[in-house]
Design a protein around this ligand. Structure first.
Ligand SMILES: Cc1cc2nc3c(=O)[nH]c(=O)nc-3n(C[C@H](O)[C@H](O)[C@H](O)COP(=O)(O)OP(=O)(O)OC[C@H]3O[C@@H](n4cnc5c(N)ncnc54)[C@H](O)[C@@H]3O)c2cc1C
Length: 461
């Protein structure tokens, strides 16, 4: 208690006192993130809202003095327990460092603070005819800092890649308070080690991003979404491969299985066809003049691949309706039981069918419901499992199923996360897919960057 009082007092000397929170209720509110954890292990000692780089440096110095963890927080929407507090610490809240510093049309770059909300940023760049593609389904709340730290993806990563492909330069406060700049405002950089790539996806364990320069691209002139239904998952997966074989490159090839369709339709009716086993949500974009051609080729492939129904959006309202339904899947699934877990496994696309059918079989065997969605163009599947954590037997079965899903993913040449990260929830399983030498090097890098182990410890490995 004495230490906590001293810590709060030190923090209030370095930051405006209204930006330092320390009551039990305030600490409780920041002990978790969007991950459905079974029980709260620990509370943060303090929560601070930072407004400047200097304040971030001061907090880091104080954390070193007390040797306590610093856990960065954007919107707290990650689903792997990446912001979950395990042994106390200071929550560094970035919601007040939320300025778009510059959007440069000539360079096609933007400089932003980490707390900028992704969806707001996208709207601003789109007003200028530019485009920032990374689009996690919850982009209306999640932040740029969080998406860099998790290397977030989204539906459009099939054509446009993930966050890691749009990072030009990062300003980072290191564990000892020094400032590291990873590059310059240039589109290419072959000047020394690519340190920037180490921070992307590092979940706040190597450094604290305080400013980012992001790459922008021209905004596609037009977009449309095609929803195709199939009587079997096998047909849906074959259709994905057929589209790719034709060298047509939609922005998105997303997937919903029967349970996901049924559950979304039950809670957020959107007119989805509930008698089908699977659906693909395919977005095409590009020049207006190319749209009719793309639509014709893709609907032709879908017909030949056994699609039993195909719907095409004809206006923005229809477009939004389909995407709202796809994005509602986790919220809908959460209504089935008191808790819901989501996952993010990814395999080489050729093994997609085995992954989807394998997950179905595992969940059936363990008597668990599963709603599957995913960015299947990338080979990525999100099994969402509704569960009641208070039911000991169901929880035991869930843990066994989860481990088997990871074993299956590994057997199929896949990895444990394509975009959500590892956090505290999957760290016990990372050895299934990353070899011990690679893990050793990760630990060595962590020790060099953060010798006192204060930056978001107990995450990833
Ligand atoms: C309904 C739902 C749908 C989702 N859909 C997708 C999806 O389609 N694709 C996808 O990729 N993800 C998805 N996610 C996961 C989530 O959106 C991402 O992980 C998100 O980018 C996290 O952003 P955030 O601001 O909430 O970060 P937080 O959850 O606050 O933090 C995430 C990590 O970033 C670290 N961090 C935050 N700010 C900084 C900083 N400035 N410097 C260093 N580290 C920092 C934190 O310590 C933590 O480790 C979904 C989540 C939900 C709840």
């Amino acid at each position: 208690m004495l230490m906590k009082n001293k810590l709060i007092s030190d923090l209030k000397k370095s930051l405006p006192s209204f930006n330092v929170l320390g009551t039990l209720e305030e600490r409780y509110a920041y002990a978790q993130d969007a991950t459905n954890v079974r029980k709260i292990e620990s509370l943060p000692d303090a929560v601070v809202f930072v407004e400047t780089v200097e304040e971030v440096q001061s907090v880091v110095k104080i954390a070193n003095k007390y040797r306590i963890p610093v856990i960065c927080r954007g919107a707290g929407t990650n689903v792997v327990g990446a912001c979950v507090v395990q042994h106390g610490g200071i929550i560094l809240n970035f919601s007040k460092m939320n300025k778009i510093i510059e959007i440069n049309k000539e360079n096609m770059t933007a400089v932003v603070q980490p707390g900028v909300v992704l969806g707001c940023f996208q709207k601003e760049v789109e007003k200028l005819g530019l485009f920032y593609p990374p689009d996690p389904s919850n982009l209306t709340v999640s932040t740029i800092g969080g998406s860099i730290a998790q290397s977030s993806g989204g539906a459009k990563s099939f054509k446009y890649g993930t966050t890691k492909d749009y990072i030009i330069d990062l300003k980072v406060v290191m564990a000892n308070g020094e400032i590291l700049q990873t590059g310059a405002n240039t589109i290419k950089n072959a000047t020394g080690y690519n340190l920037g790539s180490l921070f992307v996806g590092s979940e706040g364990t190597l450094g604290i991003v305080v400013e980012a320069t992001l790459k922008l691209i021209p905004k596609p002139e037009s977009k449309k979404v095609i929803m195709a239904y199939f009587d079997t998952v096998k047909d849906a997966v074959h259709a994905v491969n057929s589209i790719i074989e034709q060298q047509i490159f939609p922005a998105t090839i997303d997937f919903m299985d029967k349970n996901a369709i049924l559950t979304v339709e039950k809670f957020y009716p959107a007119g989805l066809l509930t008698d089908k086993d699977a659906a693909l949500v395919i977005e095409i974009d590009g020049f207006k003049s190319s749209m009719r051609y793309q639509e014709k080729v893709i609907t032709g492939i879908l017909d030949n691949s056994g699609a039993s129904a195909v719907q095409v959006s004809h206006n923005n309202e229809e477009y939004e309706k389909i995407w709202t339904a796809r994005r509602a899947s986790m919220g809908a699934c959460a209504k089935l039981k008191p808790n819901v877990t989501t996952d993010d496994v990814i395999v080489p696309r050729e093994n997609l069918e085995k992954l989807v059918l394998g997950i179905r079989e595992i969940c059936e065997r363990y008597r668990l419901d599963v709603c599957m969605v995913g960015h299947v163009g990338d080979g990525s599947v999100h099994p969402q499992i509704p569960i009641n954590y208070k039911d000991e037997d169901e929880y035991r079965r869930y843990k066994l199923a989860k481990s088997e899903i990871y074993d299956l993913t590994a057997q199929l040449g896949g990895i444990l996360s394509g975009e959500h990260g590892i956090g505290s929830q999957k760290r016990a399983y990372i050895h299934k897919v990353i070899n011990s030498t690679a893990l050793d090097y990760m630990r060595k890098i962590k020790r060099i960057f953060d010798p006192n182990n204060i930056l978001n410890p107990y995450k990833i490995f």
